[in-house]
Design a protein around this ligand. Structure first.
Ligand code: NAI
Ligand code: MG
Length: 366
């Protein structure tokens, strides 16, 4: 049977960019014989408007049953006054929590044509293609005890960095599996020099590699040195594996090596399902962009590249993912720019639809 894909366009520019991704998905069906069983449903404000909840139970059940979920964006000023329990963001949080998506994937990829967008020198970022795997469901943002306590006549704020072997083991496996579909190299980052959780992290990651991933080249780096290396020469990395806190910082920093929010895809992976594929949610990093919604100005590339990630990491279609990324690269090289990418060299601006049209033409020629 065909692989299944649940599409949740959401709010604001979500449906606008997702409409273009649908055309790309259809192209792969018609021209590459790669047919998906695509279903579509509501999330966020759109779901609240229809059902009074940002994620209906039926939608949650469908998300659990498909091979991959592709989400646009949720939220917007219309919903800002809603009760916390039904805010659009709650829909996304529920998906992440109930699917137990513990590995957050953030690529930092720099297309040559956009290298001048970076705050770093062109030669440092041009052609960059690295992936940060951040543990997402444990660590210092969740560990107990936490709180602000009274102690000796003053208050003390406490958070606890805490990782179990099982939590480290499963995110390490996610990173190694991913590395097999890329360059085969993983650099694990922690602070084993000053943190016990870092010592355990290093031990477990190394043990998983030695037991089941001897084909992967594993190195270890202290996270502060890693931050420095990421700015100095990011192309030395393939996959970076790190915890929740360090990953939060490193992935935001890495994202800005490469330029516009309209270009950045992401994914969150959970445990392997019965068919061996990981539970997976793919989404652009950007939000619903109410300031440009409904105007045809949104850059669809972040969402299109999120689908490319799904091809590579959920469906083992690395060559087709390459094909799609090459088409994006080509239209950028030709100078096509949505308004968010407009530099001096741009031919644009083109609309959301215009950008997708050009990518489809490039795909046709591929
Ligand atoms: P945002 O990412 O929606 O927009 C930030 C800025 O980037 C805006 O100026 C916007 O026009 C621009 N931008 C974003 N995506 C773009 C694209 N594809 N093409 C061209 N320009 C783009 O973040 P903001 O404004 O902080 O939040 C707006 C709404 O989105 C809020 O309701 C927020 O809660 C929600 N949000 C949802 C997220 C999600 O669904 N995962 C993530 C972040 C925010
Ligand atoms: Mg952050």
């Amino acid at each position: 049977s065909n692989p299944s894909l649940l599409i949740l366009p959401g709010d604001g520019i979500g449906p606008e960019v997702m409409a273009e991704v649908r055309r790309i998905i259809d192209w792969f069906g018609a021209r590459r014989g790669l047919t998906f069983d695509v279903s579509e449903d509501l999330v966020g404000g759109a779901a609240y408007d229809r059902h009074g909840t940002p994620l209906h139970d039926d939608t949650m059940a469908r998300a659990q049953a498909v091979d991959a979920v592709l989400l646009g964006a949720v939220g917007g000023p219309r919903y800002d006054g809603l009760d916390f329990s039904v805010k659009p963001e709650r829909g996304l949080l529920r998906l992440r929590k109930e699917m137990d998506l513990f590995a957050n994937l953030r690529p930092a990829q720099c297309f040559d044509a956009l290298a001048d967008f970076s705050s770093l020198k062109r030669e440092v970022v041009a052609g960059l293609d690295i992936m940060i795997v951040r543990e997402l469901t444990s660590g210092i943002y969740f560990g107990e005890p936490r709180g602000i306590f009274e102690e000796g006549g003053e208050r003390v704020g406490i958070n606890t960095q805490r990782y179990t072997e099982r939590e480290i083991d499963r995110v390490a496996r996610a990173a190694f599996d991913l590395a097999r579909k890329r360059g085969g190299r993983v650099c694990s980052m922690e602070k084993a020099n000053v943190m016990e959780s870092g010592i355990l992290w290093r031990e477990v990651v190394q043990a998983v590699r030695d037991a089941d991933y001897t084909d992967i080249e594993l190195s270890h780096m202290y996270a502060d040195a890693g931050a420095m290396q990421l700015c100095r020469w990011p192309k030395q990395f393939d996959v970076i594996l790190t915890d929740n806190l360090f990953g939060d910082l490193l992935s935001d920093a890495a994202a800005m090596l490469t330029g516009s929010l309209g270009m950045l895809p992401s994914a969150s992976l959970g445990a392997p399902m019965a068919n061996g594929r990981p539970k997976a949610l793919y989404e652009p990093v950007h939000g619903s962009a109410p300031d440009i919604a409904g105007q045809g100005k949104a850059n669809p590339i972040a969402c299109i590249l999120s689908f490319a990630m799904a091809l590579r990491y959920s469906f083992d279609e690395g060559a087709e993912a390459d094909r799609l990324e090459a088409a994006v690269e080509q239209v950028l090289a030709e100078g096509l720019r949505t308004p968010d990418l407009l530099g001096e060299d741009g031919r644009g601006p083109v609309s959301t639809r215009g950008m997708a049209d050009a990518i489809l033409v490039a795909l046709d020629a591929s």
